[in-house]
Ligand binder design. Structure first.
Ligand SMILES: NC(=O)c1ccc[n+]([C@@H]2O[C@H](COP(=O)([O-])OP(=O)(O)OC[C@H]3O[C@@H](n4cnc5c(N)ncnc54)[C@H](O)[C@@H]3O)[C@@H](O)[C@H]2O)c1
Length: 354
């Protein structure tokens, strides 16, 4: 069964979703509609040409109110308010909310209450969604009866969570400290614009190419949502001028002293086994650009592992902040779309047939 999605916001994340879906006919996801303030022509151009990903491997054209991607027609809307978008008319089941503007669960829910979609996946660490579901860590807690608006947290949260999950399951983990170094985001400024920034911290309006900019984003709270056993965490988060490719580091204390080899073996086994797709493992010396187009939440780098005799451990992973995260958004869209209970009428019919 294929899940039909609509994308609100055809920016870096929205277009990554479109590229991934176009490249993966077996994914079980199809795009029925997109909404953005931009014209359909600009949406098509943004998908055809990309400074990070290169030219679109196929055809993209704008035709009346449709975006045509490799002969697949996608309805294009241009509404500013989410409650105006007629998702149901376009056959959309699950909306991926990727504008960055409607991160609040209450606002995102209007895609359901007004637009007629069944479920919403917010592409960011949302405010009060029904659930935060990090793939590979707690996505199995999804409850179709309770969870209509869900969020996978952020790209950094996912990278940290999968490494924490392996350490926690294999060795026990507490006293955790994390760092994320994030590639440039679209909302950052090329020149100082501390008044123009929508962010509270004026440093986030400083010129992105000039500085390492601290961001007081509370990444640790969301790792704990997925893995409450690890307890309180400390965290730091920095924005840097690289165009794509980000870094996550996590340190903590294990229940018993472990060796570097044990940690790396545990990560390699998880990457080849239960966490395949969300965790990748690469022993080749890696720098951030090497992770570009990697679909995992985290590309584990065994050269970053350190341990101490008293149970201290430190690990390092890379992540493509757009591509890996967009893959998780699609995983989540498929999860909530597939497990959406059938409407009452058809449910009653299937009971009577049984
Ligand atoms: N880029 C990343 O690496 C990344 C990673 C993880 C999460 N996110 C999150 O995903 C969200 C989107 O990020 P992005 O990088 O794609 O941003 P972006 O700025 O590239 O894209 C946002 C898009 O939304 C459109 N938009 C803005 N207001 C709108 C409205 N009212 N209605 C319809 N469309 C509207 C814009 O025209 C733009 O095309 C943000 O919340 C961001 O924090 C981004």
């Amino acid at each position: 069964m294929s899940v039909t999605i609509g994308i609100n916001g055809f920016g870096r994340i929205g277009r990554s979703l479109a590229r991934i879906v176009a490249a993966s006919p077996d994914l079980g996801v199809s795009i029925a509609a997109v909404n953005d303030l931009a014209s359909t022509e600009k949406m098509a151009y943004g998908l055809r040409r990309d400074s990070i990903r290169g030219a679109f491997p196929g055809t993209v054209t704008a035709r009346a109110d449709h975006l045509v991607v490799n002969d697949h027609a996608i309805r294009a809307f241009h509404h500013e308010r989410p409650e105006r978008i007629p998702w149901a008319d376009a056959g959309v089941d699950v909306v991926v909310e990727a504008t960055g503007r409607f991160r609040a669960g209450t606002l995102a829910r209007t895609h359901i209450t007004h637009g007629g979609a069944r479920k919403v996946v917010i592409s960011a660490s949302a405010d009060e969604p029904d659930a935060f579901l990090m793939f590979g860590a707690n996505h199995t807690t999804y409850d179709p009866e309770q969870h209509d608006v869900v969020s996978p947290g952020s790209c950094g949260v996912n990278a940290l969570t999968v490494m924490a999950k392996v350490l926690l399951d294999r060795f026990g983990l507490h006293s955790v400290n994390t760092s994320v170094v994030l590639a440039t985001q679209g909302w950052q400024k090329a020149q100082d614009s501390v008044i123009g920034t929508s962010r509270e911290d004026p440093r986030l309006g400083r010129a992105t190419g000039e500085s390492i900019i601290p961001h007081n984003y509370v990444v640790g709270d969301l790792v704990r949502v997925a893995l409450p056993e690890i307890g309180e965490m400390r965290y730091s988060y920095y924005c840097v001028p690289t165009p794509i490719g980000s870094l996550a580091e996590l340190s903590g204390t294990t229940d018993r002293p472990v060796s570097v080899e044990e940690v790396n073996r545990a990560m390699a086994e998880a990457a080849a086994g239960p966490l395949r797709r969300v965790l990748a493992y690469d022993p080749d010396p890696t720098v951030s650009i090497d992770v570009k187009n990697n679909p995992a939440s985290c590309l584990f780098d065994p050269s970053g592992t350190q341990t101490t005799a008293d149970g201290g451990v430190k690990v390092r992973g890379w992540f493509d902040n757009e591509w890996g995260f967009s893959n998780r958004l699609l995983d989540l869209a498929r999860l909530v779309g597939e497990r959406t209970p059938a409407p009452m009428t058809s449910r009653r019919m299937s009971w009577s047939i049984a």
